[in-house]
Design a protein around this ligand. Structure first.
Ligand code: FUL
Length: 449
């Protein structure tokens, strides 16, 4: 096997990446000042007085997510406009200066509690780009401010499964050029919430590169380390408030992890993909889009391509001015959940006997007397019985019967000559996971150095 392929196979997910991957499907919630101004990108100068949901109900949001089969929720605690959904100590631009609950409300608290109550994970989105904060552009000062906000969020709302770092930035003609302290942000997140994945402009979860719900045909989790560069992700993120971006797909990036792509990579990393898109055209709620909720078919297609194609699916659902998920979205989410549950209700192979056959082609007739088999014991010990066979002109002939394999089984037998060998797992406690098959001739004399 070529060295670079061996190297690629050795790249493994971290514990936090594994836990995240198992969530498969979770919600994005865009809610904030834009909900009340009918905008996608707020300017940062909207009055906090505008934030006033009349029927805010976090449990209704979570219920809708659960009905779709989602296992987590990521909330825009602060979007690009800088308005904070929690009463941050570090700015006046937050719910504490809004009429909602007389300035005593805390959206982050209520949503995180609703998630916990329903048994789903809670994650945060804290936009690095901030159009309100005066220190933005004075890099050091703003980085401190941003880290202070991160600290508040990471210490006051229980366990956080994800910190979603958006690369979007459209700083205008006033030339405020903020240099983000990505490494400093990561360090703080690791310190305060070591189980949380850092997504998009972060090292754990890779943005699929578009907002259209498009997933690559081959979505590799093992990719060149260059893709970890947060600045590179930032470059590709949205830069102007145009609706076209959410429909664009960059086809140059179609292949990230094929043999050709990884062959000359300096380093390879486990960097699995997440597909993010909105259930409506916009990320925030707009009454004019009430009848533009994606169809069940569209959503199922994205689900099958993402969750069913080695990526996670982050579906955005924007609550409306009432502070509720609109009836049309609620209905669609229920339909989606029902369709998924219905399709995967009955596993016909559940009690079936699973037999695994592995055929080895030695490329020419060769003489051998040892076959070495290994199970991937990280997944436990599974094989109970197996047999070995070789093929001659009359077909397959069994010549060895064994019981357990476990970490390693060296099968010793009288030397024989054949080109094809078959390993058949005839009985196992769960789907067998064979990590290695080797064939030797112990009699072959070769000078050993
Ligand atoms: C983009 C942002 O500019 C959008 O407003 C939205 O938050 C989306 C998820 O990311 O980059």
């Amino acid at each position: 096997m070529d060295d670079y392929i061996k190297r690629a196979v050795m790249v493994r997910p971290s514990e936090r990446q594994l836990a995240w991957q198992e969530l498969e499907f979770y919600a994005f919630i865009h809610f904030g000042i834009n909900t009340f101004t009918d905008r996608e990108w707020g300017l940062g100068n909207e009055s906090p007085e505008l934030f006033n949901p009349t029927e805010f109900n976090a449990e209704q949001w979570v219920e809708a997510c659960v009905s779709a089969g989602m296992k987590g929720l990521i909330l825009t605690c602060k979007h690009h406009d800088g308005f904070c959904l929690w009463p941050s100590k570090f700015t006046e631009y937050s719910v504490k200066n809004s009429p909602w609950r007389d300035g005593k409300g805390d959206v982050v608290k209520e949503v995180s509690q609703a998630c916990r109550k329903a048994g789903i994970k809670f994650g945060i989105y804290l936009s690095p780009w901030d159009r309100h904060e005066k220190t933005y552009g004075d890099s050091e000062k703003y980085n401190t401010f941003y880290k202070n906000q991160l600290r508040e969020l990471l210490t006051s709302y229980g366990e956080i499964f994800c910190v979603w770092l958006d690369g979007a930035c459209g700083e205008g003609p006033d030339g405020r050029r903020q240099v983000y302290d990505w490494e400093g942000y990561y360090k703080l997140i690791r310190e305060l919430q070591p189980k949380a994945v850092i997504s998009v402009c972060g090292p754990d979860v890779r943005w699929c590169g578009n907002e259209a719900g498009h997933c690559r045909e081959s979505e590799w989790s093992v990719v060149p380390a260059e893709l970890l560069d947060a600045e590179r992700t930032r470059e590709k993120s949205q830069k102007t408030d145009d609706r076209a971006f959410s429909k664009r797909i960059n086809s140059e990036d179609e292949d990230l992890g094929s043999r050709e792509k990884i062959k000359n990579a300096r380093e390879l990393v486990w960097y699995p993909a997440e597909v993010n898109t909105s259930i409506r055209p916009g990320w925030f709620y707009h009454p004019s889009e009430d009848n533009m909720v994606k169809s069940l078919d569209e959503l199922l297609t994205i689900y099958y391509r993402s969750v069913g194609g080695n990526a996670a699916f982050l579906l955005n659902i924007p609550p409306d001015k009432r502070g509720l998920i609109h009836e049309n979205d609620v209905q669609r989410l229920k339909e989606l959940g029902n369709a998924i549950r219905q399709s995967f209700r009955n596993n016909l192979a559940e009690d079936a006997t699973t037999k695994l056959k592995i055929e080895v082609d030695l490329n020419r007739v060769q003489t051998f007397d040892r076959v070495v088999l290994m199970e991937d014991i990280r997944l436990g010990q599974r094989v109970e019985n197996f047999s070995l066979a070789y093929r001659d002109e009359n077909g397959w002939k069994e010549f060895f019967w064994g019981t357990v394999i476990g970490y390693k089984k060296i099968c010793c037998f009288k030397e024989l000559s054949a080109r094809y060998i078959r390993i058949e797992i005839t009985r196992s406690r769960a789907l067998p996971v064979i990590s290695s098959v080797e064939v030797y001739n112990s009699c072959q004399k070769q000078a050993l150095s």
